[in-house]
Design a protein around this ligand. Structure first.
Ligand SMILES: Nc1ncnc2c1ncn2[C@@H]1O[C@H](COP(=O)(O)OP(=O)(O)OP(=O)(O)O)[C@@H](O)[C@H]1O
Length: 389
């Protein structure tokens, strides 16, 4: 005999459907739709027809099809449900405002995320000059960290070459990066290979537009990425910085002074000077350089010999120079070989750590991810909130 208030409904089954729906995640916010108040009434009649009311955050929500499909599948998986009816509507302005406030705190209290008290490990990946593989390594490191079960985000602030969306396969057929969904003033970062991504390239009409931005505009944009983007609880945030020592590096130094810096360089000894400079600027803004990655090292030949196309020793040299004046020596975290697979993975939008994890370059990147994942955030200089009475 059906229980529950209304005629012909089964409250027990409706509860079971709600429980099943708590496993459906909003694909952009990455939280259960039940927690986000996106599920309204749920009823199951005595013929087993389940009717589920779903409230999307905004009109034209790009995740609508996925949510509806997942809701149908979860509801249909409940034993006793024979038919599923999904009734889709959109949240009211008030419901939406309550949701954004719950996710990010009230507008008045809102501050840039990842401040000194945050538990998120923030790594700024920098290089002295362009084209050394900084973005490729950032993207692969992020995916390798996500593969280890960590919640990972990338903030692509490389104004001269925002290549992260392409390397992670987010571009559409015309080569454009997706426009992130906005729920009021909250920006939802697109997700690729389990990594949340925000890139300057998602907000400009042409790839050349942002290059001309002056310091204050860049500063405001990065500040907005840290304030208005719903990152959720991240374990690791990786920042892909433009090469060199310009405005973005200084902004990041101001807004995220506890970020730790990874310097990417090639084995070419001549590149060591510029790479060292980018590390030095980071230190001047209070950030700590935690390691150097040498990229584009020796290419393995079919006969087993190694071709040092870009020379050798550059990474160790940069690490040695950046160690001067630091309490702990700066380690050379890895030497990543030249790899056709690594390049091809970036072109195809499928990072090598997924597409060819046994390639020596992928193995070296995964080893760096292992080191970064197990470092633990330094508590030095943080307020611990302990009161001694
Ligand atoms: N180890 C490697 N082996 C082969 N190709 C590589 C390797 N690392 C990077 N590449 C390729 O080198 C090119 C430059 O890489 P990437 O865009 O990551 O550099 P970058 O330092 O981020 O440059 P920019 O700062 O100018 O954007 C890309 O085509 C990439 O696929």
């Amino acid at each position: 005999m059906p229980e529950g208030g209304s005629r012909g409904t089964d409250a027990g089954l409706a509860e079971a459907v709600r429980a099943a729906l708590s496993r459906v995640l909003d694909p952009e916010i990455r939280r259960p739709i039940t927690e986000l108040d996106m599920v309204g009434s749920v009823s199951v009649d005595d013929l087993g027809t389940a009717t589920v009311a779903v409230k999307l955050t905004i009109v034209g929500c790009p995740a609508a099809d996925t949510i509806e499909r997942d809701v149908r599948a979860a509801t249909a998986s409940v034993p006793g449900v024979t038919t599923v009816v999904v009734d889709v509507s959109v949240m009211t302005k008030e419901e939406r405002a309550a949701l954004t406030e719950r996710l990010r705190g009230s507008r008045a209290a809102r501050r840039p995320q990842f401040g000194p008290d945050s538990l998120t490990q923030v790594y700024a990946v920098t290089s002295g000059k362009g084209g050394v593989g900084k973005s490729t390594l950032t993207a692969n490191l992020a995916v390798a960290l996500a593969q280890r079960g960590l919640a990972v985000g990338i903030l692509d602030a490389d104004v001269y070459g925002f290549s992260i969306p392409g390397i992670l396969g987010l571009l559409d057929a015309s080569g454009a990066a997706p426009r992130p969904t906005r729920v009021d003033d909250m920006i939802l970062p697109p997700v690729a290979h389990e990594v949340k991504i925000i890139s300057i390239g998602m907000f400009v009409d042409s790839p050349s537009a942002a290059v001309a931005w002056r310091g204050p505009m860049l500063h405001r944009t990065i500040q907005q990425f840290l304030t208005d983007v719903y990152w959720g609880d991240l374990d690791v945030l990786l920042l892909d910085l433009p090469p060199g020592t310009g405005d973005v590096a200084i902004t990041v130094g101001q807004l995220l002074s506890h970020a730790e810096v990874v310097v990417v360089t090639t084995p070419q000894p001549a590149a060591a000077d510029v790479a060292e400079r980018s590390g030095t600027v980071a230190r001047q803004t209070g950030q700590r350089v935690i390691g150097v990655i040498e990229n584009m090292a020796g290419l393995a030949q079919p006969d087993g010999t190694i071709l040092d196309l870009f020379g050798s020793g550059g990474g160790a040299e940069v690490a040695r120079r950046l160690s001067v004046g630091q309490d702990d020596p700066v380690p050379l975290l890895a030497s990543i070989p030249l790899s056709v697979s690594l390049r091809a993975g970036g072109d195809a939008g499928i990072p090598i750590v997924l597409s060819d994890p046994d390639d020596p370059a992928a193995q070296a990147i995964r080893a760096v991810a292992g080191r970064l994942a197990t470092r633990g955030r330094s508590l030095a200089g943080r307020r611990l909130g302990v009161t001694i009475s």
